[in-house]
Design a protein around this ligand. Structure first.
Ligand SMILES: Cc1ncc(COP(=O)(O)O)c(C=O)c1O
Length: 390
């Protein structure tokens, strides 16, 4: 019998839910009109994206017209950060040392163009230094961009506290939140957190790839990056990905309908995996915090004296899919900037593995990982020249 695979790389991407596939299909073969067309095909497509906009808006306490659809998390981050910076022309941008490359590299480009950039430190669990944030906000600060749940170590920032600090120091500063990993896993209320811009992606929540959304608070000035037609309120030109948008909204609706059931299940399995790794394997470091300030689906450990790549390959041979860092950085062997920012020594950070769960993850799968992993670590350590006992 074929070996059953165990997929624990849900922060890289997720399986598309069956209900989502069913909802999308008619938009390829029946309702395939262009939403800008005036005939019935076009009107049906437009109605579908209007409904999807309503669904997504409701999940974050926004108004329908404040949601624009994009091609995913990277594009949402780019439109938010470049768009806000170019609309304001000059000034200070504040971000953190633990951003995803979609934010990190965008801010770096603006720094090269002359914007004044401040990157906030984080503590050893990955929490942003809020005093440093408060003192960094000046009259010239145009944008604060903060990752909500970190994609590598799962740390959840207190965006309500941050939003209040930002707006009380300088109400003209825009507040952007990258919620690609937290969306539908952690409650988000854009009004309570005083957020102006918020990035979301469909493929992290059991929707299709190549679609995402950006929340843009009414009145926020954004320059457009892509020139073309007037779609998405002139903020994102190009014919909309109607099947993708329908699927994204369906995925969000399913997640929110059973929010507590899904998050409690993931949290239970997450904590079981953490407790068992700490109990059964010596010389390990949990990266990121424990408890309710950790994304419900994230487990990240450093296993001392061995390489993450070797662990990943041995788990892969057993049919278990994990990641050595964030999906985007796992192709280069540079140490993770996130693990460096929490103060992990380079040699230890090379032994790091991220396990990310989804609502489809089962107790049996986690039990299997708990049974297999200690043997793999023991075998690799026995061969490792870095092991102090070798
Ligand atoms: C926090 C965060 N932001 C942005 C992105 C980019 O999203 P996408 O892959 O949809 O472009 C990711 C993807 O891993 C992410 O984890």
């Amino acid at each position: 019998m074929a070996k059953k695979s165990i997929y624990l790389d849900n922060s890289a991407t997720t399986r598309v839910a069956d209900e989502v596939v069913a909802a999308i299909l008619p938009y390829f073969t029946e309702n395939y009109g262009n939403p800008s067309s005036l005939h019935e095909f076009g009107r049906n497509a437009k109605a579908a994206i209007d409904n999807a906009r309503k669904t997504i808006a409701k999940t974050i306490n926004a108004r329908d017209e404040e949601i624009i659809f994009t091609s995913g998390g990277t594009e949402s981050d780019n439109i938010a950060i470049f768009g806000a910076a170019k609309a304001r022309g000059a000034g200070r941008i504040i971000t953190t040392k633990i951003e995803h490359p979609a934010v990190k590299n965008t801010v770096k480009e603006l720094e090269n163009e002359g914007f004044d950039v401040v990157r906030l430190d984080v503590d050893k669990e990955g929490f942003v230094n809020l005093e440093q944030l408060e003192s960094a906000i000046t009259d010239t600060t145009i944008l604060v961009s903060i990752i909500h749940a970190n994609n590598e170590i799962g740390t959840i920032q207190d965006i309500e506290k941050i939003g209040n600090i930002v707006k009380s120091k300088n109400p003209n500063t825009y507040f952007h939140v990258d919620s690609v990993q937290s969306y539908t896993k952690i409650p988000i209320d854009v009004d309570a957190a005083k957020v102006d811009l918020l990035s979301m992606a469909s493929h992290k929540i059991h929707g299709p790839k190549g679609v995402g959304a950006l929340y843009v608070r009414d009145g926020t000035r954004l320059s457009t990056l892509q020139l073309g037609g007037p779609q998405e309120k002139n903020k994102r030109a190009g014919t909309e990905n109607v099947p993708g948008i329908v699927g994204f909204a369906k995925a969000a609706e399913i997640n929110m309908a059973d929010f507590y059931k899904h998050t409690e299940k993931m949290t239970h399995l997450r904590d079981k995996l953490i407790a068992n790794i700490e109990e059964k394997i010596p010389d390990v470091i949990l990266n990121g915090p424990k408890g309710d300030k950790r994304n419900p689906n994230n487990v990240n450990f450093s296993f001392k004296y061995i390489e993450g790549e070797s662990i990943l390959l041995h788990l892969d041979l057993e049919g278990i899919a994990v990641s050595t860092g964030s999906a985007c950085s796992s192709k280069n062997l540079k140490p993770s900037h996130v693990l460096a920012a929490i103060g992990l020594p380079v040699d230890v950070s090379h032994g790091s593995i991220r396990f990310t769960l989804s609502r489809y993850t089962t107790e049996e799968e986690i039990n299997q990982v708990i049974n297999i992993l200690p043997g793999i670590i023991e075998k690799l350590r026995a061969l490792s020249p870095l092991n102090k006992s070798n």
